[in-house]
Write a protein that binds this ligand. Structure first.
Ligand code: UDP
Ligand code: MG
Length: 139
């Protein structure tokens, strides 16, 4: 059993893709263990993406991530970190496999609809950024 953090980014929420994304998780046998909607401040977005602080896209990315509501979820299941990354597709939607969320819906390398943790250590850190243990329901 593994956990990962998923985010439906401001573009996904704005375009009405919440249900579409969740439908794909459930169809893949992934359980939702926690979920909420919120809007990050610029500072909170910078904290979440601190690992990218030195990248040229950091300022634009954190502007975008704080520009509107997001849906954050804890996903749970066997090998869920990798499974979620496969459902999401490559960071650059032009390189994402057909049928992935980003191939189907992303409009830009930045506006790529979803975030997913990339490893167990980052998953634990990212989950703790948004949720306390009391808010996570294992099934
Ligand atoms: N990003 C961007 N330009 C780039 C690379 C990334 O705007 O050249 C944005 C994009 O929204 C991406 C996020 O920064 O999802 C985090 O980048 P990362 O390399 O961690 O990609 P991910 O793990 O989201 O696939
Ligand atoms: Mg990443």
């Amino acid at each position: 059993m593994e956990r990962t953090l998923s985010i439906i980014k401001p573009d996904g929420v704005e375009r009405g893709l919440i249900g579409e994304v969740i439908k794909r998780f459930e169809a893949a046998g992934i359980r939702i263990a926690a979920m909420k909607m919120l809007q990050l401040t610029k500072k909170e977005a910078e904290g979440f993406y601190a690992v990218h602080a030195s990248k040229p896209f950091f300022n634009s990315l954190t502007d975008f991530m704080s520009s509107g509501p997001i849906v954050v979820m804890v996903l749970e299941g066997e090998d869920v970190i990798q499974k979620n990354r496969e459902l999401m597709g490559a960071t650059n939607y032009k390189e994402a496999k057909p049928g992935t969320i980003r191939a189907d819906f992303a409009t830009d390398i930045e506006r790529n609809v979803v975030h997913g943790s990339d490893a167990p250590e980052t998953a634990a850190k990212e989950i703790a950024y948004f949720f306390s243990n009391l808010e996570i329901v294992s099934r």
